[in-house]
Design a protein around this ligand. Sequence first.
Ligand code: ADP
Ligand code: MG
Ligand code: MG
Length: 885
Amino acid sequence: MKFVYDFHEGNKDLKDLLGGKGANLAEMTNLGLPVPPGFTITTEACKQYLQNGTHAEGLTSEIDEHLAELENAMGRRLGDPSDPLLVSVRSGAKFSMPGMMETVLNVGLNDESVAGLSRQAGGNDRFAWDSYRRLIQMFGKTVCDVPGEEFEDALHDAKQAKGVKDDVQLDAEDLRALVGAYKKVFVKHTGHEFPQDPRDQLDQAIEAVFRSWNADRAVLYRRQERIPADLGTAVNVVAMVFGNLGSDSGTGVAFTRDPGSGEQGIYGDYLANAQGEDVVAGIRNTLSLTELERLDKKSYDELLQIMATLEGHYRDLCDIEFTIERGKLWMLQTRVGKRTAAAAFTIAAQLIDEGVIDLDEALTRVTGAQLAQLMFPRFDLSSEPSAITRGIGASPGAAYGEVVFTAQRAVELAAEGKQVILVRRETNPDDLPGMIAAQGILTSRGGKTSHAAVVARGMGKTCVCGADDLEVGPSSFTVGNVVVNEGDVISVDGTTGRVYLGEVPVRPSEVVQYFEGELDPADTDNPLVAAVHRIITHADEKRRLNVRTNADTGADAARARRFGAQGIGLCRTEHMFLGDRRELVERLILARTDAERDDALAALQPLQRADFLEIFREMNGLPVTIRLIDPPLHEFLPSLEELAVRVAVQHEHGQHVEHDEQLLAAVRRMHEQNPMLGLRGVRLGLVIPGLFAMQVRAIAEAAVALAAEGGNPRPEIMVPLVGAVQELETVRAEAEKIIAEVAGDSGGVDILIGTMIEVPRAALTAGQIAEAAEFFSFGTNDLTQMAWGFSRDDVEGAFFWRYLELGIFGISPFESIDADGVGRLVKIAAEEGRAARPGLKLGICGEHGGDPDSVHFFHQVGLDYVSCSPFRVPIARLEAGRAAV
Ligand code: ADP
Ligand code: MG
Ligand code: MG
């Protein structure tokens, strides 16, 4: 097996083997762009090293060969005292992991070759000593784990001793002395001298880059970004070019379009007389590329030409790292660049217009997650508020409110009708009530998988976490010299992670205005809206999956329809039993005779019929799946504690209120240890005579009523929690009888009868169940709970953060379908259901219906539709289109 590739041998499609950086360096080399010569050691070599703790067989001699070739090409030998070749040793994994892994520059310098380097540079001692001190610093930090601050302190001391502020004000003598100081730091921490043998430096640096794959921060980053842990990193060994040779040299980064807004036109930063990371580190203020044009027109023109070449070649926005050595431009890196959600859509549309990509490809350039970001309300930043700090945008949204520091205070103030932001160092399960009460959450510790982040995302609540320059006290927090006390108002932006003092006004996003029909895409000069319109329209043309919505009211149904829903996949009837109607439900539960029960049901029936009629009207012509009542009936009664207290107080006053006593007795009788697994769903229909019948009759009558108005109702009755075909058969027989009765001589309306698949047994006996069902709808929330054996309401706040930290799952299985386990049940049921009843209609109505990854899974499994909350409908449309191209 070959472990080392010269830049001439690779290409951009070899990212698995050469990493992103190596593959693209090779691509640029083969395009004839000015890349310093070098070679790439493969990810495979890294994997073997990490597994065995030593180099793969043959690797060392391959490195020897390629190093010799590099030396020949450059006409210099590595670390030659009189005329040294220097190299950089750079990590580069398949997926970019910014700042996670390591790079060592100037490898090959030692006490002797530093003089040779100076001669090479025309007697530039300052440059040579500056390069040497950088090597010791980077090598010490990266290869030998010397704390970086120690070097920074020494540099700081040197500047202070001289009374200067800027690195460039240190002269050759100062830097030579600094090298001495750095070497002492090195010995102090490692117990040995800084290695003088250039080849030894190179080998150690290569091994350090291999090891950096498993550094804590890299492991954590991969978990957060869901990057597989076993890919390994490649190592690039590149001949050094120098941006620190004087004012005619420098280093910079550039983008071929603005990665923030997507606007056309180049964009970048340049730093004269600097090397490597100085640009990102923000040591000195950078210059814009326009200023580079003034300083060095020739290099600037060449850079522009190269950017055009790269865009043409990659057919996308590219970002670039370059260095200018005495007026000669060198390319050190490129890749298809990261961008904001808005830029992703805008750039995709530009590229269509430029004839670079077609609409199908445009669909692959954007994601549902990006569209979701564009749909959150945003702060109106026209007053240009300045952020007091910035953390990790962990759960998007824009929220403002009074600052509180305890969950209890959050609950108290929320009860007074106030908006609050809960600020904590970190949150734990005890904070849950406060998190629910708050508009937003801000923490100073923890990343995207911290408790605060996971729970907030689960609740759809705005959260910024890990704002680590925040000092959180018991009744105030400080950031820099700003003190924020309890009761002060702040605004937090869960998308950008920014935190503002005071109330920043919020406005609905333009993309939502477009979906609402308030912004006409043909008529707007907003390029983002126009881009979203074009791309989602194409997704609609391409997708095979239909998208329905979960809606229980006419208003929700109407909004979802504006957002593009093609029907209702889940209408929950229990929401129609709340409010004033609770009393009727109580009467039903307390009924002692058939007559009393029938009375209660008869009172509920017209109310239900009116609800259904309203929904059928809004969804006229489109299918509406109505789920018969699902939750345990005691959920409609007051809690046991509440009633027990009420009755005890009555007794104390010598009163006996019969209704309350009966209710208490009923609640006691109906109490369940585990309501999730108790008397609910189809079981209610089989045990409580007349309950399902009432609902079926209301549905059938509402449908007939709409048809009589000239409408086109398309009801589908869905039976929840079925585990055995016999359950469904019993309910179905009764329902069909009622539907026929309602139809009478009029002929009635076609009503499908189907079931949810949400109990594992139903999935495993789907072939039998399909005999009695005209459709299946996968209830993936319950199916997930029951397949994993954990209750969703109890686990997310209690221990999911820990499971995510441990990598037991990369994302909550309630957020994104667990394809291996729960997904397997879906697959089995889909296949066996369709085998038993060809053409069986299959849908999904859990939260997963609006989750991008899950939508792709459901497309692959061959479902007919997904159903999700109204706001997720556009996201599902887009992802269903993406799944189909
Ligand atoms: P990262 O992956 O963190 O961007 P890089 O490997 O790209 O790390 O190295 C960081 C910087 O070091 C580069 O942007 C470049 O400025 C500098 N650098 C790397 N290799 C060389 C080289 N051969 N010559 C000059 N500068 C280099
Ligand atoms: Mg880089
Ligand atoms: Mg369910």
